[in-house]
Write a protein that binds this ligand. Structure first.
Ligand code: SF4
Length: 288
């Protein structure tokens, strides 16, 4: 039994074109949230939809972990989380129903849920996190688990339903400016070997994801916009290098991309170049 089961609803298998391309990346945004909640003292587990066959695997994970809280936390660093959006939204709705059927409190976070919180609440989510979710999620869980008695109405960045069913959106929470203050992603929750095997078999090398900034300065109205608007916050070069060199990052990629990073937004100014890295990769159309 675990406190929180994290999941996300981007299934590569439901995206025929990208299933064909087969360049899977673990859900980095979800791993950041899991690491933060773990630091706050919660026991966390992960369901990784990226390589899952269908929502039935989520249901199996719910039975295995028996969480009190089911958290669908989309990977907002990957623009693919908005590809085939209607199919992935449908998957999220199915996952919400499955979690509720097993008695979980259901919390949803991500670009689509931020834009369409009421739709997710109507389909059974108990709470939606608007914008960046880590701090809001921690404050909400502290309240729900009895650590605090903060009223829901006082939790910035939260959407929920009043007792009469009326949806409520609290004011948004400011972006996280001190990105260095967040723990590194909880890579230990991912089956890295499975990703490695797929990459080597299909492409002859292994590629992993990493972010140096949160947000996006470009004008397109896509993945990052509901969360950060047309802004971004950067990690320090020292913090990026510490993660690259750290023991918690899975070892062995032969390439590493820095998604949502360009010559304009890379705080390291391109100076971080270990022998196995590439400065950018086409995770976002702006980098192609
Ligand atoms: S330009 Fe920005 S908002 Fe648009 S897909 Fe790329 S990262 Fe996302």
């Amino acid at each position: 039994m675990t406190d929180l089961l994290f999941g996300q609803s981007y299934y590569l298998r439901f995206d025929p074109k990208l299933w064909q391309a087969m360049q899977p990346y673990p859900p980095l945004g979800t791993l950041y949230a899991a690491a933060y909640l773990r630091r706050r003292g919660y026991d966390v587990a992960l369901f990784d939809a990226m390589l899952a066959a269908s929502e039935a695997e989520w249901e199996a994970a719910l039975r295995r972990h028996r969480p009190r809280f089911a958290v669908l936390y989309e990977d907002n660093f990957n623009y693919l989380s908005k590809m085939c959006l209607l199919r992935m939204r449908q998957a999220a709705f199915t996952m919400i129903e499955m979690a509720r059927a097993q008695g979980c409190i259901v919390i949803v976070a991500g670009s689509d849920a931020t834009d369409h919180a009421e739709a997710y609440l109507r389909r059974g989510a108990d709470f939606v996190l608007l914008g960046e979710g880590e701090y809001t999620l921690a404050e909400l869980l502290d309240r729900l688990s009895g650590r605090t008695d903060t009223p829901f109405a006082a939790i910035a960045g939260l959407a929920y339903r009043r007792e009469d069913g009326t949806p409520v959106r609290n004011p948004r929470r400011p972006d996280i400016k001190d990105v260095d203050g967040l723990p590194f992603p909880a890579w230990d929750l991912v089956d890295v070997e499975r990703y490695r095997r797929i990459w080597y078999e299909r492409h002859g090398y292994f590629s992993m994801n990493m972010v140096t900034t949160r947000g996006c300065p470009y004008h397109c109205n896509w993945c990052a916009k509901p969360i950060w608007g047309q802004r971004y916050n950067a990690r320090s070069p020292e913090n990026v290098v510490a993660e690259l060199n750290g023991s918690r990052r899975p070892i062995g990629p032969t390439t590493s991309g820095l998604p949502m990073t360009s010559s304009a937004s890379n705080p390291a100014g391109g100076r971080v170049s270990p022998s196995w890295s590439r400065p950018t990769m086409p995770v976002c159309p702006s980098n192609v």
